[in-house]
Write a protein that binds this ligand. Structure first.
Ligand code: HEM
Length: 423
């Protein structure tokens, strides 16, 4: 991503590259992000996700759909991914976070990204369906990451999809998703929850099997994990690492977390009041955009910034390249949450802040992710003091194929507060 962003700033709106034998055009800049939002017909995500859903026995999934069907499906899924889903489950999320920290209370190094991935998956299981993945977690991760490595990155050959280990992980992920869907199917139609996306998809399938098939409903049961685990977990990991590198900001965030917990379990208002933590999260999403480049195909001929693009051209939209452009962000490589203060508001120029994407496919989980990350981080900040396990640790990103803090290991140095959870 650093390469794509750097070249975008050097070369401008459009340039061609060849990576691993594939040639494509990289588009970037505020005007491109605005075009994603205003001229959705120009970009198609169909080819990017087709092999994955086809392998699963389906035809289409939200991330690749367009037009009225996409809008319909998005509406059916929206309720589950609202901020309120988090605020209605605050004690449970705090409990899950404390459970994730507990094995490391004695100071042994925490494999931070893996621990956060597992925690986010557990939280998402509760939030989206009341069913946590538990010992299916590693299978879901292996199933998804291998497919990203083969189809999206692409940095592995198709042979990775034939190994016994992958096939077993795929079968187990499928089994988990079928259990989730079967449990919802057992609920009579008139008692379905209008805010549960599986319930809504089951009803939609009964009324119009063409919109979403049985197999696609099963795939959708895995979508929160596919879309949410790596993105939210790596964002928390980068956030904690940046706070350690910036002690004054860490102290401010910790004071906010302490005050949110001062009267017991925080309510929605107390969580919203954590202003510095919220800006630190926005800054983490700016500096470390986990999904900062998005694959597309040109869906028609068009011109942008004087460059002709032909229908069918493979594109990579570097949506987050403007995050590093000094014309918008002062000292753009510095971690500086104050850039989001109203008097600076550097992100307010249209098209220059896009950690959750741009256009019709903008992240449906942005609200749940923001609330979930803030609550999880606040629980950690309030409960423990922590440091880098290796005092000489240098924060570096690695391509995974999202973005991940390389070899990050944190250590708990002291338990600060014990949170009393309702029984
Ligand atoms: C920090 C956390 C997250 C980041 C940075 C992130 C980023 C993104 C981005 C960039 C896209 C657009 C992809 C594209 O246009 O090709 C996207 C789409 C999506 N995200 Fe997220 N995401 C996060 C968390 C989540 C979570 C927690 C969920 C669900 C529980 C979720 C659900 C979705 C869905 C369903 C879409 C597809 C929307 C559509 O195609 O209409 N995301 N996300």
């Amino acid at each position: 991503m650093a390469f794509f962003f750097g070249e975008a700033l050097r070369l401008g709106t459009a340039y061609r590259v060849r990576v691993l034998g594939r040639a494509f055009t990289v588009l970037s800049g505020a005007a491109v992000n605005i075009m994603m939002a205003t001229d959705a017909d120009a970009f198609s995500a169909w080819n990017s996700w087709l092999p994955i859903i086809r392998d699963f026995g389906g035809r289409q999934v939200l991330t690749m759909m367009e037009g009225a069907d996409h809008a319909r499906l998005r509406k059916l899924m929206r309720g589950t991914f609202a901020r309120e889903t988090v605020t209605a489950n605050v004690p449970a999320i705090i409990g899950m976070t404390l459970d994730a920290l507990a094995p490391y209370a004695d100071g042994q190094p925490i494999p931070t990204v893996y621990t956060m991935q597992k925690l986010i998956a557990t939280e998402l299981g509760l939030l989206t369906n009341g069913r946590t993945p538990d010992d299916y977690f590693d299978d879901i991760m292996q199933f998804w990451q291998t497919q990203l490595d083969v189809y999206v990155a692409p940095r592995k050959s198709g042979k990775s999809l034939e190994t016994p280990a992958f096939l077993r992980a795929k079968a187990r992920a499928d089994e988990f998703a079928r259990q989730v869907v079967d449990r919802r199917r057992a609920i009579p139609r008139d008692q379905r929850d209008p805010d549960n996306f599986i319930d809504n998809l089951l009803t939609a399938h009964e009324d119009d099997p063409n919109l979403v098939t049985e197999r696609e409903i099963v795939f959708n049961a895995l979508v929160p994990y596919f879309a949410g685990i790596d993105t939210a977990a790596n964002t928390i990991a980068f956030l904690l690492a940046e706070l350690l590198r910036n002690p004054a900001i860490l102290a401010q965030c910790r004071a906010e977390a302490d005050s949110a917990f001062a009267a017991g379990i925080p309510n929605a208002g107390a969580l919203r009041n954590m202003d510095v933590l919220h800006r630190a999260l926005m800054e983490t999403l700016r500096l470390y955009p986990i999904a900062g480049t998005l694959p597309r195909t040109a869906a028609k001929d068009f011109e942008i910034g004087g460059y002709p693009i032909r229908k069918g051209d493979p594109l990579l939209i570097a949506t987050c390249a403007p995050h590093f452009d000094p014309q918008y962000y002062r000292d753009p490589h510095r971690f500086d949450p104050d850039r989001f203060l109203p008097e600076r508001a550097e992100h307010k120029t249209r098209g220059v802040y896009a950690p959750y994407g741009a256009g019709i496919h903008t992240c449906l989980g942005a609200s749940i992710a923001d609330a979930q990350i803030a609550l999880t981080a606040a629980t950690i900040l309030h409960s423990v003091d922590f440091t880098f396990a290796d005092p000489s640790y240098q924060l570096k990103s690695e391509f995974t194929p999202g973005m991940s803090p390389k070899n990050l290991k944190l250590t708990i140095t002291r338990w600060r507060n014990r949170i009393a959870l309702p029984s």
